[in-house]
Structure formats: structure tokens, C-alpha cells
Design a protein around this ligand. Structure first.
Ligand SMILES: Nc1nc2c(ncn2[C@@H]2O[C@H](COP(=O)(O)OP(=O)(O)OP(=O)(O)O)[C@@H](O)[C@H]2O)c(=O)[nH]1
Length: 429
């Protein structure tokens, strides 16, 4: 396998850096590097398929043989130990117990549509024909090693006081509860149900992450959107405050509100934020992205799950919707073009592989750059055109980043295997 060079092996020319190459250090080699990779003459839009990437890797290895001295982007040993700490401390989210996300809300609020559009790639328009859900529908989402969870889609009308409703079982092992409110409908009933749901769930499991999707926001003006959100937020806070003592729950349960619609990117962004809270390795991933961004002079970097287009981590700079949409759309473009031109043979089921990469130059001096991280994940970055000239630097740092991500996976696999063994031992006793 043509793996990137292990960066611990390299000495640092001229003393240690704070992670990866910095601009000042790489002037000399940069031009050579860029020439080597043949990037300086790229067209406005490039999709690199198998042969291009093979060239890239071959050259990368030959650079190693020429013993160029690189600085490490990150310290693998510290990554490993921090992941171990995080994973050990994460309770139910590690091991084989997949975190559970509950989708609740009134009838026709849009729960099944959200689930089908985000995770089953249903076209938003086809949701018009969805039938009402009349029992709990459980879906296993196993897109990649980080994003593994279950979604339970509940029927609209649940009666918490029904003897068949097993609160302990349902809320007990739940990671996040997403309550969907139809913003185009009268929200009073929905708020009352939300209040009831929060109280019931909190009593069973105070660790649940509560998320409210104020949904069907398409076609609503920006001013009205803010007004609707404030209204819902205020009413729920009032209800919680009024009944906190009776229900024996705190008034200030943290609840996040997100405005969503299946007709734009908002639903993917909202779900990304829910999933991120359930990924124990998130701080490590964010650190790695921060290091990559600062050492390669990127404007923004997202680590996307390619299948769902959920971003599982991003660097610490704030996310703005346009950037997220651009990066998310780029995945579609790459997959679509790869499906047409990038399949190695007819038996290939998925056009995305280790050779997938793409450069799209926009007319505002910004470059979108996509690289495959592993078979499920893609790094999509936004870079100023002037900094993209240093493509050699970016590519080298990317290889280090990729290596670090695979180390994170390794640690997780080891821990999972250990937990499995422990469970087996316990059951055989
Ligand atoms: N305008 C708009 N309509 C939506 C959106 N999301 C869902 N819908 C529509 O809302 C209707 C109800 O959607 P469902 O997903 O079946 O709702 P549900 O909450 O699962 O309904 P139950 O199964 O009865 O609980 C469908 O006609 C969808 O097309 C949205 O973001 N905007």
C-alpha cells in the first residue's frame, strides 16, 4: 500500500514548528513540489481519478526517498492517548452500543421525511407521498466508524401514559432526542407535547441531548423565521419554568433550536450538529482540523461523511451557511462526475475511492479542494487562491492529517475489540 510517510521519522529543518509546514519554512521546496504534482497549470475544475492520484502517490514516495525533512503536523502518540481518554470517558457511545437518536413530534411534522432525505437519499418531493408512521421505525445508520447510530422514528401521537410505552427502555439508552415542530402549523399543541416529552425523557435520562428542529422553514421570510423561533423558545421556557417544581426537573435544561427544511441544506447542517455531539472523538478531530487549517493556510475545512453529506467535524472557525453549502455541493459534483468518468470497471459499486480528489476554482479568488480521507470520509476545504499556490505544502500536510485520522480509527477499533472481549469473558463466567 502506498501510505504517506510517517512524519515522526523526519527531522525538522531549522528547529521545531507548531505543527505542519508554515509558509516561511517551505518557500524553497514549494515550487518544486507544486511542479512535481503538476498542479500549477490546472484548469478551472479538476477531478482527479485513479491515474492522477497514483502519480501523486508515486511522487510523494519519491520525495520521501529524496529524504526531505518535514515537520510533523501532529503527534500521533498524543493523539492516541487523547482518543483513549475521550473514548473511555464517553459511556454508552463507545463499544457496540450504538448511540440512539429519537425523532419525535406531532403527526405530519416531517419526522420520516427528515430521516429519509438525510439518510436514505430520498428526493424531498417524494416525501409528499409518505404514509403516516404508526409504530416505532428503527433504522441502523452505519456509514462509517465515527458515524454509527440508530434512529428511532416515532409515530406522531405517542401517549406517554399508555402502559405499553416503556419510558425507561426508550429514553434510557438514548443519546439525543430530536423534536420536530412544523413551523407552518399552529405550534401551541406542539410546544405542549415538547414540554411533556422533555420532562418525561429528562426524568428517565438527564444526559439526553435535546434538539428542537423548527421545521418546514422553506418559503418563510427571514424576519418571520426569527420571530417563530423566539416565540417557540419563549413559550417552552415558560412552560418548563411553570412546571419545573411539580415535575422535579430543573428549569434550565439545555435545549438547542435549529431552523430546518428538507428542501435545502439546513436539515443536513442541523443533523451534522446532532451527530457531532454523539462522536466521542470530536475534540481530537477538531484539533487535527485546526492544525491542518493553520499550517496549510486554509480558510475552512470540513470532514464530511460522503454518503450522508453530514459533516462530522470542522475547524474552530465559525461555520457560515454559504461555505457549508458550497462544500457540501462539491461532494455531489465529485460523485456525479466520478460516476460518469471515474469508474475503474463496471463492477464498481461506488465511484468514490482512495484516488478521489477535486479542485474547483471559483470566480471570487477562492478554491474548493476535496481529498479522500478514507472510504467514507472526505476532507473539503476552502482556500484563498493565493494560498493554493502552495499546493505541495497543503498536500503534504493533508497526508499527515490522513495518517492521523487512521490512527484515531485504529485506537477506536482496539478499544472496541477489548470491550467485546471483556463482554465475552463476563458472559462466559
Ligand atoms: N414544506 C415542507 N414540507 C415538508 C418538509 N418536511 C416534510 N414535509 C412534508 O410534510 C408531510 C409530512 O411528512 P412526514 O415525514 O410523513 O411526517 P411525520 O412527522 O413522519 O408524520 P407521522 O408519520 O404521521 O408522524 C409530507 O407531505 C412532507 O412532504 C419541509 O421541510 N418543508
Amino acid at each position: 500500500m502506498n501510505s504517506p510517510p510517517l512524519y515522526q521519522d523526519y527531522d525538522i529543518d531549522g528547529g521545531p514548528h507548531d505543527g505542519g509546514f508554515n509558509d516561511d519554512d517551505e518557500d524553497d521546496y514549494d515550487d518544486t513540489f507544486a511542479n512535481d504534482y503538476g498542479y500549477e497549470d490546472e484548469d478551472e475544475f479538476q477531478i482527479h481519478t485513479s491515474s492522477d492520484a497514483k502519480n501523486f502517490e508515486r511522487k510523494s514516495i519519491s520525495r520521501k526517498e529524496n529524504s526531505i525533512n518535514f515537520s510533523p503536523v501532529t503527534n500521533i502518540a498524543s493523539t492516541k492517548s487523547s482518543v483513549r481518554n475521550i473514548t473511555n470517558g464517553s459511556g454508552s457511545t463507545s463499544g457496540n452500543d450504538k448511540p440512539r437518536i429519537l425523532l419525535m413530534g406531532l403527526r405530519r411534522s416531517g419526522k420520516s421525511s427528515i430521516q429519509k432525505v438525510v439518510f436514505q437519499k430520498m428526493s424531498p418531493h417524494d416525501t409528499l407521498f409518505l404514509e403516516s408512521t404508526n409504530k416505532i421505525v428503527k433504522n441502523d445508520i452505519s456509514n462509517n466508524s465515527f458515524v454509527q447510530f440508530q434512529i428511532w422514528d416515532f409515530p406522531g401521537q405517542i401517549d406517554f401514559f399508555d402502559s405499553t410505552f416503556e419510558s425507561d427502555l426508550i429514553f434510557g439508552g438514548c443519546g439525543a432526542l430530536v423534536f420536530v415542530i412544523d413551523a407552518q402549523d399552529n405550534c401551541v399543541e406542539a410546544i405542549s407535547k415538547l414540554h411533556q416529552t422533555v420532562c418525561q425523557a429528562y426524568k428517565v435520562n438527564p444526559n439526553i441531548i435535546f434538539e428542537v428542529f423548527i421545521h418546514k422553514m422553506d418559503g418563510i421570510s427571514d424576519d418571520l423565521k426569527i420571530q417563530i423561533q423566539q416565540d417557540i423558545q419563549q413559550r417552552l421556557q415558560e412552560e418548563l419554568a411553570d412546571h419545573a417544581q411539580d415535575n422535579q426537573i430543573p428549569q434550565n435544561i439545555p435545549i438547542r433550536y435549529q431552523l430546518t427544511s428538507i428542501y435545502d441544506h439546513s436539515i443536513f447542517e442541523a443533523f451534522s450538529k446532532v451527530i457531532q455531539k454523539l462522536i466521542p472523538q470530536l475534540p481530537t478531530l477538531e484539533n487535527l482540523l485546526d492544525m491542518l487549517v493553520s499550517s496549510s493556510r486554509l480558510d475552512k475545512a470540513f470532514l464530511f461523511d460522503v454518503v450522508s453529506k453530514i459533516y462530522i467535524a470542522t475547524d474552530s472557525a465559525p461555520v457560515d451557511n454559504t461555505t457549508y453549502e458550497l462544500c457540501s455541493d462539491m461532494i455531489d459534483v465529485v460523485i456525479d462526475v466520478s460516476c460518469i468518468y471515474g469508474m475503474k470497471d463496471q463492477n464498481d459499486s461506488f465511484a468514490y475511492d482512495e484516488d478521489s480528489s477535486s479542485v474547483i476554482k471559483l470566480n471570487n479568488d477562492t478554491v474548493l479542494y476535496l481529498r479522500e480521507v478514507n472510504k467514507y470520509l472526505a476532507l473539503v476545504c476552502l482556500i484563498n487562491k493565493s494560498n493554493f499556490d502552495k499546493i505541495g505544502l497543503i498536500n503534504y500536510n493533508f497526508q499527515c492529517f490522513k495518517q492521523a485520522i487512521s490512527q484515531v480509527f485504529e485506537v477506536r477499533d482496539i478499544i472496541q475489540a477489548q470491550q467485546k472481549q471483556k463482554k465475552l469473558l463476563n458472559t462466559s463466567k
